[in-house]
Design a protein around this ligand. Structure first.
Ligand code: CTP
Ligand code: CA
Length: 225
């Protein structure tokens, strides 16, 4: 393992980061997704590279250039992201789940473009639950230090702490996406990071500044783990 320095505190560490939305196909021309821009995950990847880490960025479809110096694994669906994560995580020191994974996918993807049925004004799609990527990483025997995100619109602290415990995470970064100008698609974010016993407030700032502070909190807890 390379030796960490003051400028490159993460030298010798391998970080795996998920980012962006996932796309769940309905048929060859349609999908279900969400408004995640990928900006927060990409900012974390860029700051982790700057701090000396070797970074694998598993990304859903986004309109962002991959940060210089990281390995990009481009995926579309939650199942593809799950497979990439479970392949890379056992060798990682730190896993950061920033992706907005679709909770459900189509039970059956149509092989041909779906056509409107004359006289039928309603359409019901049957969805099945996707695997929980970060929870499965945290269950690995050789689990990396595992960090989740929680984007909530209400009862942020309670839901975040519940996810921390339920998914077996080491840290969770929570943000209130009901507040205008932070979270989805914004260039700014504000986070509260929870460990089992502590809370750290990262006030509203550019996503790169917030990412840098988040990485410092992760690195400190990882070193102590
Ligand atoms: N996550 C994941 N795989 C999933 C769903 C979520 O890895 N299938 C991760 C996200 O990347 C995030 C954390 O779990 O780090 C919390 O995601 P969130 O959507 O807030 O939690 P859910 O468990 O899906 O609960 P809900 O959407 O019902 O609030
Ligand atoms: Ca979810």
């Amino acid at each position: 393992r390379l030796c960490a320095t003051q400028e490159q505190p993460l030298l010798g560490q391998h970080w795996v980061i998920t980012a962006g939305p996932t796309r769940e196909a309905i048929d060859p021309v349609r999908y279900i997704s969400n408004h995640s821009s990928g900006k927060m995950g990409y900012a974390i990847a860029a700051q982790a590279v700057a701090a000396g880490a070797s970074v694998s960025l598993i990304s859903g479809p986004v309109n962002l250039a991959p940060p210089q110096g990281c390995e990009l694994i481009a995926v579309e669906s939650a199942q593809q992201m799950h497979q990439a994560a479970l392949t890379l995580a056992p060798k990682a020191n730190v896993f950061v789940a920033c992706a907005a994974v679709a909770d459900y996918r189509l039970a059956k993807v149509a092989d041909q473009k779906m056509k409107k049925t004359p006289g039928q004004d309603e359409l019901t799609l049957t969805l099945v639950k996707n695997p929980d990527i970060v929870a499965d990483v945290a269950k690995l025997a050789d689990k990396p230090f595992t960090v989740g995100f929680a984007a909530e619109t209400q009862d942020v602290e309670q839901y975040a702490k519940d996810k921390l415990a339920r998914k077996g995470l080491d840290l969770i970064a929570a943000n209130n996406v009901a507040i205008e100008g932070q979270g989805f698609n914004s260039d700014q974010n504000a986070l509260t990071v929870y460990s089992a016993n502590n809370a750290f407030d990262l006030p509203l700032g550019n996503k790169s500044a917030v990412a840098k502070q988040l990485i410092e909190i992760i690195a400190r807890h990882f070193d102590e783990s």
